[in-house]
Design a protein around this ligand. Structure first.
Ligand code: SF4
Ligand code: SF4
Length: 166
């Protein structure tokens, strides 16, 4: 099976390997590690206090998340140098889902801002509302932005742009 398109964007086959089952998504926040390269890296495993990331038997291994143990806390997200981990909460609202994403650009969006929701290919796919910005020292310079998005976009939105910037 061919993995990752030449442009580095995850293919549907890649994503099918890492997305939680629909029943788990429906229960609330859960991490998705969109980490598709075998590289020597494992801070996600060491950061998870829930033991939800299975122990690496080889540092080049890709992370495997036990979705039943993961509570969607997001601690692993700001430890991931590849900015490859996202948290999705499909149970956030009737019409909206929550997407937590790592964000290293400036200026940071502010709570209440309506930002442009962007997909993995960098394309605008709609709008999103910023509901929380986590930027404490614990985040180690990788802020975590919580976006409320239309439910049908929760598996598309993986970045955002502050309107009028860039
Ligand atoms: S979101 Fe929290 S519980 Fe889930 S894998 Fe990451 S650190 Fe572990
Ligand atoms: S920390 Fe990020 S890049 Fe490194 S193995 Fe974990 S998910 Fe992949």
């Amino acid at each position: 099976m061919r993995m990752l398109a030449e442009n580095g964007i995850a293919t549907p086959d890649d994503l099918a390997q890492v997305v939680p089952p629909a029943a788990r998504l429906a229960r609330g926040p859960v991490a998705i590690a969109e980490c598709f390269q075998n590289i020597p890296c494992d801070p996600c495993y060491h950061s998870c206090k829930q033991g939800a990331i299975k122990e690496f038997t080889d540092i080049n291994q890709r992370p495997q998340i036990d979705f039943d143990k993961c509570n969607g806390c997001g601690t692993c997200m700001s430890r991931c140098p590849g900015l490859a981990i996202f948290v999705v909460d499909a149970a956030y609202g009737e019409q909206e889902a929550l997407v937590k994403l790592p964000y290293e650009f400036h200026p940071l969006p502010a709570v209440g801002d309506v930002v442009t929701a962007v997909n993995r290919a960098g394309q605008a796919v709609g709008e999103a509302r910023v509901v929380r910005v986590q930027n404490a020292q614990a985040q180690d310079r990788t802020a975590i932005i919580w976006l409320a998005v239309a439910k049908d976009l929760m598996m598309e939105v993986r970045h955002c742009k502050v309107k009028g910037v860039g």
